[in-house]
Write a protein that binds this ligand. Structure first.
Ligand code: ATP
Length: 664
């Protein structure tokens, strides 16, 4: 491997070194202290991911779809086949003497068409099961040209022992993704496979060039499709002259709409996903290509705009346009409509059962702990303890004893009976290390030892204990940057991120905002036993316009306070000033706010909310019950937010703060 070359694209592959790395990886002999170059780290990361996905390293034959499944794939990908196969055949004529095969794969990783040298084709089919209808995505077949190009969305060259499964290691696979006209959506992959000994340096360039040609021709087809969609839309508009109608293209993007105010508003908000109410769908029509089943798009006829004032009532919700194009995905209590986040949840669902460490990255309030809990609840350890620890909240002196426990007499001031640490308490279950980026370096070294072989000692004892818990870690920090600055151990980082997932902040998935507003509105209404609370359009619009630096947690807090303040309907006065401030005068940064800014905004809002309730009720008990929290928690909030409650409460009432020890 050339220094600094991209590990996916290089040709000088260190085949022998990789084979030895692969063997040590599979024998569980990888030494985390060993220095490795980026290429080796990347391969290890790839293989760890495949292991976490449960891919069988000893697999020798590709998985084949049933005939009916394959028929459905072929039907769905007719346009891709019609476009790509003639191009592939053209290229084939120039490769007559080259011992290799060219494979066209769909977006799911299924081989649709294979051409090239028939001897290589037969050999590949009998030795590895590379036949039409076989499945090569990474979750099925591990690191391989096709699956890795799909997963990485870039051209790749996977050579010999770089393959995760030993069965594919005599082969060399160059593959390039085919993108749709939007330059983003992956439609499929072109792969050129040879025996490793027959590999030619031009193979990767060849796949990129074939993929580009297919892409260019697909773009022309899309133009044609668009004009067919416009024709279908005009015909439907003649049949329904008094109705509002939208046309979505094959990928669910809004392509055309009736020139009414309502449709214009929907179109303006379509890209950002912020709707003023959710228009109800009356009917949908599929538009297909002539003489084929290939779907060009969908026409959506909207119901008459009778009443769009949404209420916080989940029942009787009409089938919504949104649901038609962006279904809601749930992972426990975590909800999303965002396509990337839906994909992430589906991956987490699969990873939940595998006993591997998971690292969750995301700004404050994005739902990291919610996902960690659900990973535990979906794992075979669900009946065992789940222990969540905020690493940033433990003082450095007490770190070791808190995590590993101590024996009696270990240090002055300790519990005379000794105490179990978090690793012991989480035995058999899951230990959630929240804010793992805050661990001091000394503790990182101790933590690494436990993650490597499970062994640790209680403070003051020489007896070795075995940790038997799964680790899920989370942080809002950029750990790679901390590693580069020497503030976080790289070996620990690699141990933690066997599977790593990032949660997008709410501002990058605006379609989730409406969902969360309704979800929290309903939950808070039920929590406080309130009847229906209406959300007028101007209040909803203000909520949807705001950038939410504190993410889902901030939405929940604002909605809770608003539901409590509402008198039948949530007026704008029930929202905090920064939410109702017009966007042009907003002090909120337009792009990403940092987690620190987010926290400051949340704290500021919490302070305003508590002050408002103190003014209203003048009794700590009442404020605590209005917020649905314990009195002790409220006293802690007073201290944290520098609120002097005595200014508001009358003397003589039972408003004495409870002893500090009682605060939790
Ligand atoms: N997608 C979601 N769907 C429903 N509720 C959510 C979602 N995301 C977050 N929440 C809710 O938002 C609140 C904050 O979530 P959580 O505590 O998991 O965030 P976090 O990222 O762990 O925050 P921190 O970094 O501050 O620890 C919780 O009440 C959680 O239930």
């Amino acid at each position: 491997m050339k220094p600094n070359a991209s590990p996916y694209l290089g040709f000088d592959k260190d085949a022998r070194g990789v084979k030895s790395l692969w063997e040590r990886f599979n024998a569980g002999l990888i030494d985390t202290e060993e220095r490795r170059d980026t290429y080796q780290q990347l391969l290890l990361h790839e293989w760890q991911r495949c292991k976490a996905l449960g891919v069988d390293v000893a697999m020798t034959m590709g998985r084949r779809l049933s005939d009916s499944e394959f028929r459905l794939r072929m039907q769905a990908e007719q346009l891709l086949l019609e476009t790509a196969v003639p191009i592939v055949r053209d290229v084939d004529r120039f490769l007559a003497d080259v011992p290799g095969i060219m494979i066209l794969i769909d977006r799911s990783g299924c081989a649709l068409h294979i051409s090239g040298d028939p001897r290589v084709g037969e050999f590949a089919a009998s030795r590895t099961g590379i036949v039409v209808g076989s499945q090569w995505d990474e979750a099925t077949a591990g690191t391989n040209g096709i699956g890795t190009a799909l997963a990485k969305r870039q051209p790749v060259h996977v050579f010999a022992s770089e393959h995760f499964c030993e069965g594919w290691q005599s082969w060399s696979c160059c593959a390039a993704p085919i993108f749709d006209a939007d330059g983003h959506t992956v439609l499929g992959v072109i792969d050129y496979t040879t025996m490793a000994s027959d590999f030619r340096e031009q193979a990767l360039a060849l796949t990129v060039s074939v993929a580009n040609s297919i892409q260019a021709r697909m773009t022309m087809h899309r133009e044609l499709e668009r004009s067919r969609l416009v024709t279908a839309f005009s015909e439907a508009a003649r049949r329904y002259p008094f109705d509002d109608m939208l046309a979505l293209d094959h990928a669910g993007r809004l392509a055309i709409h009736t020139p009414s105010d309502r449709c214009r508003r929907i179109a303006e908000n379509w890209a950002s996903g912020g709707f003023e109410g959710t228009p109800a769908v009356r009917e949908t029509f599929e538009v297909t290509a002539p003489n084929s089943e290939s779907r060009i798009g969908t026409l959506i006829l909207l119901a008459k705009p009778a009443s769009y004032d949404r209420v916080f009532l989940p029942s009787n919700t009409p089938s919504s346009l949104r649901d038609a194009v962006e279904p809601v995905k749930r992972f426990g209590h975590f909800l999303t409509r965002d396509p990337d986040t839906r994909r992430m949840l589906a991956e987490l669902e699969r990873v939940a059962a595998a006993d591997v460490n998971v690292l969750i990255i995301g700004e404050t309030g994005t739902g990291k702990e919610l996902l960690a809990r659900q990973l535990h609840a979906s794992s075979p350890r669900r009946a065992e303890p789940y222990i969540a620890v905020n690493c940033g909240a433990i003082s450095e002196d007490l770190m070791e004893s808190t995590f590993f426990g101590y024996v009696r007499g270990a240090f002055s001031g300790a519990d005379p009976r000794g105490r179990a640490g978090y690793f012991e308490s989480a035995k058999g279950g899951t230990l959630f290390l929240d804010e793992v980026g805050e661990l001091p370096l000394a503790m990182q070294a101790a933590m690494l030892r436990v993650l490597e072989d499970g062994s640790y000692q209680r403070v003051g004892s020489c007896e070795t204990q075995q940790a038997r818990c799964r680790i899920i870690a989370a942080t809002h920090r950029n750990l790679e940057q901390l590693v580069a600055q020497g503030r976080f151990r790289q070996d620990l980082y690699f141990r933690l991120k066997i599977v790593q997932k990032s949660i997008k902040p709410l501002r990058e998935r605006p379609c989730d905002l409406t969902l969360l507003i309704d979800q929290f509105g309903d939950a808070m209404r039920q929590k406080h036993g309130l009847p229906t609370v209406q959300l007028p359009p101007d209040t909803r619009a203000a909520l949807e316009r705001y950038r939410w630096p504190g993410n889902a947690r901030e939405v929940r807090n604002v909605i809770e306070a608003a539901v409590l303040c509402a008198d039948g309907a949530i007026g704008l006065e029930c929202l905090p000033p920064e939410v109702t401030r017009p966007p042009e005068t907003s002090t909120e940064p337009v792009v990403a706010g940092t987690a620190g800014e987010g926290l400051a905004a949340v704290r500021d809002y919490e302070r305003q909310l508590i002050l408002g309730l103190l003014r209203k009720y003048r009794k700590v008990n009442h404020v605590a019950s209005a917020l649905g929290i314990a009195r002790s928690t409220l006293y802690r909030k007073f201290a944290e937010l520098a609120i002097d409650q005595s200014e508001f409460t009358q003397a003589g009432h039972d408003e004495r703060p409870i002893a500090r020890d009682g605060i939790h």
